[in-house]
Ligand binder design. Structure first.
Ligand code: FES
Length: 327
């Protein structure tokens, strides 16, 4: 189910690094906004280009003030957005906006919830700090023990450091790839942790994969590994083009080897619900009338995948020549 849409005005814009902008969004009438748990995100509507339908981009909600209980409603939402010059354009669009612009924003949802065990390891890479900041703020407010490891290419590429330091103090540990003294060593980090100490990690896919692989290899339980991927599923070697047929109209579209079913639908004006674009939130579930699905999501059960009656169009593809979708 979709979160309700809000009309929010950009109240301020900051640039904590050369590639990252921070946006503060408020209700036009100053009303209290729906509350959120640490790890939650909103979706921002990005206007259509080239005749497609408007698209939505998900951005995590930042909080760096442990005094604020964001669950009770907030006066403003704060987003941190890194400009991606080779992305699909959402971040480039956001970086062109000025204070006073009104945006359509879906209310917060959370696919990355924080439990509150006694001691937590938070690991953030680059702009992956955005949900982690809110987690750290809540852990501080509740006097839980945690360490926040924050890694980037250089020290200057790390946003919000002063705000984080103000409440996290020595629990914030900075890592820079270009500094051998502080470069993130996942082995050293896990060496100093207790087995099955809960780990929350958010950042580039390579960093998440490396953390998960190292923790699993050391015997961590899956239930103690929590992650959120900001990047979308990348094409895999050997992916080929295939056709999708829309049952309601009989229209046939070609899904190129390097494009998802979801993007093909959106580019052709077919409005489909979606959120994570990475196969875990479930929102883009679409019924399949015929054809063999190549399931690549982590949302559907094994039984659902074997049945083949539904697919996550953001990541899954086709093993036959054509899929007929109930659209
Ligand atoms: S958009 Fe989340 S599973 Fe497809």
């Amino acid at each position: 189910m979709l979160a309700p849409a809000l009309k929010l005005r950009i109240a301020s814009i900051d640039a904590p690094t050369s590639l990252i902008k921070s946006f503060t969004l408020e209700a036009e009438d100053g009303a209290l906004l729906p509350g959120f748990e640490p790890g939650a995100h909103v979706q921002v509507e990005i206007p259509a280009a080239d005749g497609g339908v408007a698209q939505w981009r998900s951005y995590s909600l930042i909080n760096t003030d442990p005094q604020i209980d964001t669950r009770a409603g907030v006066r403003a939402y704060r987003l941190g957005i890194r400009r991606e010059d080779v992305g699909r354009g959402g971040s480039r669009f956001m970086h062109t906006l000025q204070v006073g612009t009104t945006l359509t924003v879906r209310a917060p949802v959370n696919h990355f919830p924080l439990a509150t065990p006694p001691s937590v390891i938070l690991i953030a890479g680059g702009i992956g700090i955005t949900p982690m900041a809110a987690m750290a703020a809540q852990l501080s407010a509740q006097n839980h023990d945690y360490t926040l490891h924050f890694s980037g290419r250089t020290r200057d590429a790390l946003p919000f450091v002063e705000e984080l330091r103000a409440f996290a103090g020595e629990r914030l540990v900075l890592h820079a790839d270009d500094d051998s003294a502080t470069r993130l060593s996942i082995d050293a980090l896990l060496e100093g942790a207790a087995l099955n100490q809960p780990i929350y990690v958010c950042g580039p896919a390579g960093m998440i994969d490396a953390v998960l692989a190292a923790a699993r290899q050391r015997g961590w339980h899956e239930c103690d590994l929590h992650y959120e991927l900001f990047s979308e599923a990348a094409p895999q070697e050997g992916d080929t083009a295939f056709e999708i047929e829309l049952k309601s109209s009989g229209k046939v579209l070609t899904v190129p080897a390097d494009k998802s079913v979801l993007d093909t639908l959106l580019d052709n004006g077919v409005d489909v619900m979606y959120d994570c674009r990475a196969g875990y939130c479930g929102l883009c579930s679409t019924h399949v009338c015929s054809g063999e699905v190549d399931h690549r999501d982590t949302y559907l059960s094994d039984a659902d995948k074997v049945a083949g009656k539904v697919m996550q169009v953001c990541v899954s593809r086709c093993r036959s020549e054509r899929l007929v979708l109930d659209l």
